[in-house]
Design a protein around this ligand. Structure first.
Ligand code: BV8
Length: 229
C-alpha cells in the first residue's frame, strides 16, 4: 500500500467485473472475440443497424442487472471510505458494481449501461429494460434513443478531471484492464511522468505492462483485497 495521505488514482476495466459474471472484451471468449466491435461499439455500426446494437446492449444490461459486486469491488469501496488521503476511482466499465459495493464518487469515462441518451438533444434518462429504435426521447420526443456509452471514435467523459488527478497522483493502480484502449491505456504513463508510482493488479500481464513499476497477477477478487489490506 502507499503512505498515509497519498493520492491514489485507480483505473478499473472489465476484468474487475469478470468474477461477477460479466464478460470481458479481449480474453478468450470475450465479447470482441464473438462480435465485431465495428458493428456494436461505433456510431457507424449503430447508424447501420440500431436494432442490432440496442439488442446487444439490452442483453448486456440484463446481465448487469443480475450481477453482484465481488470482493474486489468491496475492497475498493472500503479503501475509498477509510483511506487517509484522496482516492480517485475511474472506471472504463459501464456497469454499476462499484456503486453497488459502496464506492462514491465513481468516474465513468465510458458511460453507463443504466442510462439512455438522446442522440438528438443529449437528454439522459434511466434505461428501460428493452430499448428499441422507435423509443422516443422523453424531452424532445425524437426517435433518437441510444445507449449512454462511449463508442470507438467518441470522446470519453471527464478527461479534464482525470488528467488533473493523474497529475497529482502519488500512486496509480490499474485493475482488470488489458491496456489496449486509449486514452485510458495512456493513464499509467501520464501518472508516471508526473512522478507517481504505478501498480498493475491483473489476471495476467497487460499490453502496457512494461510501464508499470510493479505488477501482481491473479484473480481480482483475491489480489485486490490482499493489496487493500
Ligand atoms: C477516443 C463501449 C478520441 C462501452 C468501448 C481509429 C479511429 C478512432 C479511434 C481510434 C483509432 N485508433 C485508435 C483509436 C482510439 C481508440 C482505441 O484506443 N482503439 C484501440 C482498440 C486501438 N479509442 C477510442 O476511440 C476512444 N475515444 O480515442 O476519442 C479522443 C481521445 C482523447 C481525447 C479526446 C478525444 C473511445 C474508447 C471507448 C470504446 N468503447 N466499449 C461498452 O460497450 O462497454 S471498448 C471497451 O474497451 C470497453 O469500453 C472497455 O472498457 C474498454 C477497455 O477494455 P478492458 O476494460 O481493458 O477489458 P479487456 O477485455 O480488454 O481486458 C480485460 C483484462 O482483465 C484483461 O487484461 C484480463 O487479463 C483481465 N482479467 C480477466 N479476468 C480477470 C482479469 N483481471 C483480474 N481478475 C480477473 N478475474
Amino acid at each position: 500500500m502507499s503512505k498515509p495521505g497519498a493520492h491514489i488514482v485507480i483505473l478499473t476495466g472489465a476484468g474487475i467485473s469478470a468474477e461477477s459474471g460479466l464478460g470481458t472484451f479481449r480474453d478468450v471468449g470475450g465479447l470482441w472475440s464473438r462480435y465485431d466491435w465495428r458493428d456494436l461499439a461505433t456510431p457507424e455500426g449503430f447508424a447501420r443497424d440500431p436494432g442490432f446494437v440496442l439488442d446487444f446492449y439490452n442483453w448486456r444490461r440484463e446481465r448487469v442487472r443480475a450481477a453482484k459486486p465481488n470482493p474486489a469491488h468491496l475492497a475498493l469501496a472500503r479503501l475509498q471510505r477509510d483511506w487517509e488521503g484522496e482516492v480517485t476511482l475511474v472506471t472504463q466499465n459501464v456497469d454499476d458494481l462499484h456503486e453497488q459495493a459502496g464506492s462514491a464518487p465513481v468516474i465513468h469515462m465510458h458511460g453507463s449501461h443504466l442510462t439512455a441518451r438522446c442522440a438528438a438533444c443529449g437528454h439522459r434518462w434511466p434505461a428501460p429494460r428493452e430499448m428499441a429504435p422507435e423509443d422516443r426521447c422523453p424531452a424532445c420526443r425524437a426517435e433518437a434513443a441510444r445507449p449512454d456509452v462511449v463508442w470507438f471514435g467518441e470522446t470519453p467523459h471527464h478527461l479534464e478531471a482525470i488528467g488533473a488527478a493523474l497529475a497529482a497522483a502519488d500512486l496509480f493502480v490499474a485493475i482488470g484492464t488489458s491496456g489496449t484502449v486509449y486514452p485510458a491505456a495512456g493513464f499509467a504513463g501520464a501518472a508516471r511522468a508526473a512522478g507517481a508510482r504505478t501498480l498493475m493488479l491483473n489476471l495476467e500481464p497487460a499490453e502496457n505492462a512494461d510501464i508499470f513499476d510493479e505488477a501482481r497477477h491473479g484473480p481480482a477478487s483475491r489480489i485486490v483485497p490482499d493489496w487493500v489490506a
